[in-house]
Design a protein around this ligand. Structure first.
Ligand code: EPU
Length: 302
C-alpha cells in the first residue's frame, strides 16, 4: 500500500515519522520472504497517537513490525502500511536490578549489555533473534526460561483506547509463546527485574546455551525459528523428524536437515512455497499423530 497524498506525507514529516516508500519486506525478515509496502519509521514514541489518528482519518490500515524474525510475509503488495520503531540510543538504562529497555532494542545485545553489568537470568534467550518488543509480545522462551518472568512494567500503545498506557507485570499474563496483549497493541518500553550474577557465571551459561543451539538448530540459514508451537508434552521437531520429512522441499522452502521444526529459505523461496510446505507437513502430522499443529510463526497477508 502506498501513501501518495502530499498532505499526509508532509504531516508524517512534521510528527517525525520517516516514510520509506515501496520497501521490500523480504529485506526486513529473517526468512527473506515477502512483498512490498510503505514503511513508516517512528522516531519518537510520543508521536504514535498522532500517527494513528492520521492513518485512521485517511483509512490507511497498518501493522506493527518488530525485528521480523518470527514472521512470514505474503508475496506481492501488502494491503497495509507497516509501522516500525526506530531504536533510540541508549536503548537500555540500568537502575540497580532494573533494566529499562526500548522495545526496538536487539534482544541479544540487551542480554549481553545486562550481563556485562552483572545482571543475568536471560542466558537461554541469547541466540533468539529479534527485538525485545517482539520477544515480549510472544513471550519468547528457550532452555527453561521465558522473558515474561522478568517483566515488571510495560509501556505500550493500546490500539483499543488509542493511547499510550503502562501495565504492571502482574496485569499481563505470560504463557507458552502467548501473552494477554491485544494483537494490535504496540510494545514501547519494558522494565525488567534481573537477578545479580557475576559476568563470568552468566558468560558460562551463555556459552552452554550457544553450544546447544548451534548443535541443534540451523543458525546460519534463513528461517523464522520454529514454525509450529509444541503441543503440551511433545516436540513437533521430533514428530516431523520421525516422519522422515527433513529435507522435504517446495521450491526453495525446505524442512531443515538439522531441526525439523525449522523451515528454511534455501534460495529464493516465495511465501506461497513456504505456506504449501507448512500445510503439507501439518497434514502429515495430523494424519499420523492425530495432532493439529498451531503456527508459531506469524503469517501476514497469505
Ligand atoms: N528432535 C528431534 N529431531 C529434530 C528436532 C528435535 O528428534 O529435528 C528432538 C531432540 O533431539 C530433543 C527433542 O526433540 O530430544 C526436543 O528438541 P529441542 O531441544 O530442539 O526443543 P524443541 O522442543 O524442538 C523448543 C523451542 C525452541 C527452543 C528450544 C530450546 C518451541 C516450538 N521450540 O524446541 O524455540 O529454542 O526448545 O529450548 O517451543 C522458537 O520458538 O522458534 C524456537 C526455536
Amino acid at each position: 500500500m502506498r501513501v501518495r497524498d502530499p498532505g499526509i506525507v508532509a504531516k508524517l514529516a512534521e510528527i517525525r515519522v520517516e516514510l520509506r516508500q515501496g520497501t521490500a519486506l523480504a529485506g526486513l525478515t529473517s526468512l527473506g520472504i515477502g512483498g512490498t509496502t510503505d514503511l513508516l519509521r517512528i522516531k519518537n514514541h510520543k508521536s504514535l497517537p498522532d500517527l494513528l489518528k492520521l492513518l485512521d482519518a485517511n483509512h490507511i490500515p497498518h501493522e506493527f513490525l518488530g525485528g521480523g524474525s518470527n514472521l512470514l510475509v505474503g508475496d506481492g503488495e501488502l494491503p497495509w502500511v507497516v509501522l516500525q520503531l526506530v531504536r533510540p540510543e541508549p536503548d537500555v538504562v540500568l537502575d540497580g536490578n532494573f533494566a529499562q529497555v526500548d522495545a526496538a532494542a536487539d534482544l541479544g545485545r540487551m542480554i549481553t549489555f545486562c550481563a556485562k553489568n552483572n545482571l543475568g537470568g536471560m542466558e537461554g534467550l541469547i541466540g533468539v533473534p529479534g527485538t525485545v518488543g517482539g520477544a515480549l509480545r510472544m513471550n519468547a522462551g528457550a532452555y527453561g526460561m521465558q522473558i515474561g518472568s522478568y517483566v515488571r512494567e510495560v509501556q505500550l500503545y493500546r490500539a483499543a483506547g488509542r493511547k499510550i498506557e503502562v501495565l504492571r507485570g502482574d496485569q499481563i499474563s505470560f504463557e507458552y509463546r502467548h501473552t494477554s496483549f491485544a494483537p494490535d497493541d504496540m510494545m514501547l518500553t519494558v522494565i525488567l527485574e534481573l537477578p545479580s550474577k557475576p559476568f563470568k557465571v552468566i558468560l558460562e551459561g551463555i556459552r552452554i546455551c550457544n553450544e546447544k543451539r548451534r548443535s541443534s538448530q540451523p543458525l546460519g540459514q534463513k528461517s523464522a525459528g520454529c514454525i509450529f508451537k509444541n503441543p503440551p508434552g511433545a516436540s513437533v521437531g521430533r514428530m516431523i523428524d520421525e516422519l522422515g520429512l527433513k529435507g522435504l522441499c517446495v521450491g526453495d522452502a525446505r524442512v531443515s536437515d538439522r531441526h525439523a521444526n525449522f523451515f528454511v529459505n534455501a534460495g529464493h523461496a516465495s511465501a506461497r512455497d513456504m505456506l504449501t510446505l507448512i500445510s503439507d507437513v501439518r497434514e502429515r502430522v495430523q494424519k499420523t499423530y492425530g495432532v493439529s499443529l498451531e503456527n508459531e510463526v506469524v503469517v501476514w497477508n497469505a
